[in-house]
Design a protein. Structure first.
Length: 94
């Protein structure tokens, strides 16, 4: 059986129809919660978009050390989340 491409897997992760997504909540909820926690920890204002950008940066930093499929997959999903959640007119927030 042919292995799925990472882009296809990332698309499935960010899909509004993914039942696994419900296990962890939406990206929108998680980034909002992460931003609130980071704001408390740093005594600074951290937005959900900033929290998302930090996770993208973390995955990129890890990939500098070598190819890791899980980091590459997460990176694609976080970039998709940034794009979708940044589009205020989107009806399909993830």
């Amino acid at each position: 059986m042919k292995k799925k491409s990472l882009l296809l897997l990332a698309d499935e992760i960010t899909s509004a129809n993914n039942p696994e997504k419900n296990k962890y909540g939406s990206f929108e909820e998680n980034f909002r919660d992460a931003a609130t926690i980071a704001s408390i920890l740093t005594d600074s204002i951290v937005t959900p978009k900033m929290a998302n950008a930090v996770l993208i940066g973390l995955k990129m930093a890890r990939l500098r050390k070598g190819y890791h499929e899980d980091s590459f997959l997460d990176l694609h999903a976080y970039i998709a989340a940034l794009e979708i959640n940044d589009d205020k007119s989107s009806k399909n927030k993830i």
